[in-house]
Design a protein around this ligand. Structure first.
Ligand code: FAD
Length: 321
């Protein structure tokens, strides 16, 4: 199956803010990193029009342009960026051991260190009107996009702690927040439910689901349906936030790397170290708490520094067999 074997000092899997920041640091430390971009070169930010909160862009910047700039910065120091998916891994348990990664099912990379920055994918409802209006008023990130709806009426879908937290965040900025909960109760903790209940401009609607997002180019309203009575109603909103969870892109590491019940990679203490020596995890793939570009970039930097220190500490790696 595998035709070619190539040995790398540092392999970076994923090309979002975490991967490219790791690449900038790794390249400047002469680790000669290779980045595999995966199916979404540039990562999640390529799906958004405006990024207003990444430091260094006083006027804001659109997501795709920002990611091109990050790629160029990584390439300036010699990073090689390749299109390709990591499809399987065989991670060594030995300090100084060599890890094997299969790319696109047909090429084997041997790597002394691996930096995982495969991100997490936001879950959507997957109804056609919602998909069509993504970036036109439908967002999966209240902290990222809430600001664009200040003073306006918005809705949020979700019933867990994150949804409750995002609803409270939006309530500070927006005129009114309608929270749609599919069941007859929330799944958020009692404390979060209490918090939501105490905020005057949040209206929680139970047993209520999105039937259709209204609007051609941008969100102009929402048709909701009561799932017990079948009754439909149109609500005037300009923004719809989907807060029904994320799926970390970590399936290929299952059984080899420690992860939590949802698949977020577990790192040791304040480092990016995983349970395998020489394998480091950064960005949203290991962070279910913050999930921001700047925090992803921060942990990408940490992963490269951790990889550099690890390489300096190990003996000469084994030869390719
Ligand atoms: C609509 C939207 C708007 C947002 N707006 C903002 C904002 O304004 N500000 C902000 O700070 N944050 C924003 N975020 C959040 C931000 O995009 C993420 O926190 C950030 O992109 C995470 O970076 P990352 O590098 O960890 O992962 P990602 O950006 O998710 O990148 C993951 C990378 O891994 C690759 N990959 C996955 N699996 C594999 C594999 N098997 N092999 C190879 N490659 C693989 C993907 O192709 C991708 O390149 C937004 C998110 C969304 C969805």
């Amino acid at each position: 199956m595998s035709e070619k074997i190539e040995r790398l000092k540092t392999l970076i899997i994923g090309s979002g803010p975490a991967g490219y920041t790791a690449a900038i640091y790794a390249a400047r430390a002469d680790l000669k990193p290779v980045v595999y971009t995966g199916m979404e070169p540039g990562g999640q930010l390529t799906t958004t029009t405006e990024v207003d909160n990444f430091p260094g862009y006083p006027e804001g910047i659109d997501g795709p342009s920002m990611m091109v700039q990050l790629q160029q910065q990584a390439e300036r120091f010699g990073t090689e960026v390749r299109i390709g998916m990591a499809t399987a891994v065989e991670l060594s348990d030995t300090i100084g051991g060599i890890h094997k990664v299969t790319i696109d099912d047909n090429k084997t990379i041997e790597a002394e260190t691996i930096i995982i920055s495969t991100g997490a994918t936001a879950k959507y409802l997957n109804i056609p009107s919602e998909q069509r209006l993504r970036g036109g008023g439908v967002s999966a990130c209240a902290v990222c996009d809430g600001f664009f709806y200040r003073g306006q009426d918005v809705a949020i879908v979700g019933a867990r702690d994150t949804a409750a937290e995002e609803a409270s965040y939006l309530a500070n900025i927006c005129n009114k927040v309608t929270m749609l909960v599919r069941k007859d109760q929330m799944r958020a903790s009692k404390a979060m439910q209490h918090r939501v209940g105490s905020i005057k401009n949040i209206e929680v609607r139970y047993n209520t689901e999105v039937d259709e997002v209204l609007g051609e180019q941008v969100v102009e309203g929402l048709r909701v349906v009561h799932n017990q009575t079948g009754e439909k109603e149109d609500i005037a909103i300009t923004g719809l936030f989907i807060a029904i969870g994320h799926k970390p892109n970590t399936d290929i590491f299952k059984g080899q790397l420690d992860m939590d019940e949802t698949g977020y990679l577990i790192t040791k203490g304040k480092s990016t170290k995983t349970n395998k020596p020489g394998v480091f995890a950064s960005g949203d793939a290991q962070d279910k708490e913050y999930r921001q570009a700047v925090t992803a970039a921060g942990t990408g930097c940490m992963a490269a520094l951790d990889a550099e220190r690890y390489l300096a500490s190990v003996e000469t790696p084994q030869e390719t067999v």
